[in-house]
Design a binder for this molecule. Structure first.
Ligand SMILES: Cc1ncc(COP(=O)(O)O)c(C=O)c1O
Length: 380
């Protein structure tokens, strides 16, 4: 008999459609995928070389659970430079991706039955992470242009509210809150004694200015910044990320990490250090490509008369297909069957009517994908 907590994780809403796409591919049908959740670039060569060098130097043993000091220092230094903060290596923990950082932050801060606010549309893993802490996810719908407002938070807060998981630049919408909008949310949480877990994994993939939550207040005791190397440096398979928080929170997270995964893979930490120190050029090039692809995709959607808030960050667009079909699973299934284009239905992100279209694929694929979608819609 499995433990009760295993039942807290529901099967993915998109399981069937993903299986169908796989079947179609097996049959040799050429599907254009606009469903990717990771950059289509290879990791920088400096990063790969750093792994080889670390192996040659036999850097293959356990590291401190919190992460190697030189990487923690580099994370703090770069973050301080970018956002004008004054963190030190004591405030940084290296984790197996941003996902583990969020998991540990929730485990460290939230008691069973306490409530965690999640703004929607939302990334898929927040709800299960909160459930696994035996806490209660409370969904807060965002307002215009997918921005979270103080008013909607006010309505959702109860005496059990412990934390908010904030995610801008946002997956799946690509929305980026400006400085003033972010500050309003941070101030509201601090006034109401609510922790902020700010998932800023897309902070460098932006087409306008973004300011980290930590740069908007001097009171940082209740703020946990989460970030990582997966998206910024196209290193999803390396599994390396980090959290920046008060040393008390970092110590609590470290204790849990030390008894679950021990530490992040030694040579991967060396590769992450190289990325931070040498690979700004790579990020610049990638963001330039994403901007061109975004502009093209949004223009095509406009021409098809499909409403789409222009994404200011990430590599996703989140157009509203509800004038054709409100049931996003049905629409995604139609696009797969008729257009042979894979997208992710909005329901996976708690938002009916929408589809997430990723532009983390070649311009050629995007062009072909948009042509196919246009033709399929004409038949409706
Ligand atoms: C919003 C968001 N947060 C966190 C993650 C997890 O990233 P990582 O690979 O660093 O665990 C993702 C990955 O898709 C994401 O989209």
């Amino acid at each position: 008999m499995l433990a009760d907590r295993t039942k807290l994780i529901k099967p993915s809403a998109t399981l069937e459609i993903t299986a169908k796409a796989k079947e179609m591919r097996k049959k040799g049908i050429k599907i254009i995928s606009l469903a990717a959740g990771e950059p289509d670039f290879s990791s920088p060569k400096e990063v790969k070389e750093a792994v080889c060098r670390a192996l040659e130097e036999n850097f293959i043993y356990y590291t401190p659970a919190q992460g190697i000091p030189e990487l923690r220092e580099a994370v703090a230094r770069k973050f301080n430079k970018d956002y004008g903060t004054d963190y030190t290596e004591e405030n940084v923990i290296i984790t197996a991706g941003a996902k583990q950082a969020i998991y540990l932050a929730v485990q460290a801060l939230v008691n069973p039955k306490e409530e965690v606010l999640i703004h929607t549309p939302a990334w898929v893993s927040y709800e299960p992470i909160v459930n696994l802490a035996l806490a209660k996810p409370v969904f807060v719908k965002t307002e215009e242009n997918f921005k979270l407002t103080r008013e909607s938070l006010e309505k959702a807060v109860t005496e059990k509210t412990k934390a908010l998981i904030l995610n801008y630049p946002n997956n799946p919408t690509g929305a980026v809150m400006d400085k003033k909008e972010m500050k309003e949310i941070i101030d509201f949480c601090l006034e109401n004694d609510i922790y902020i877990i700010s998932d800023e994994i897309y902070d460098k993939i932006v087409f306008k200015e973004f300011k980290s939550a930590a740069s908007l207040t001097k009171e940082k005791e209740k703020i946990v910044i989460v970030n990582g190397f997966s998206k910024t440096y196209s290193m999803t398979g390396f599994r390396v990320g980090y959290a920046i928080a008060s040393s008390e929170i970092v110590k609590a997270m470290t204790r849990m990490l030390s008894h679950s995964t021990s530490c992040v893979t030694s040579f991967v930490q060396k590769a992450a250090l190289e990325a931070l120190e040498k690979c700004d050029y790579f990020v610049e090039g990638m963001v330039k490509a994403f901007r061109e692809r975004r502009d093209y995709m949004v223009k095509r959607l406009e021409e098809m008369d499909i409403d789409c808030v222009k994404p200011d960050g990430t590599f996703y667009a989140f157009p509203d297909f509800s004038k054709y079909e409100r049931d996003s699973l049905k629409m995604a299934d139609y696009l797969l069957t008729e257009a042979k284009v894979a997208v992710v239905p909005g329901i996976a992100f708690y938002a009916e009517g929408y589809q997430r279209l990723s532009f983390a694929t070649s311009m050629e694929n995007i062009e072909e994908g948009m042509n196919r979608i246009e033709n399929a819609l004409k038949k409706l």
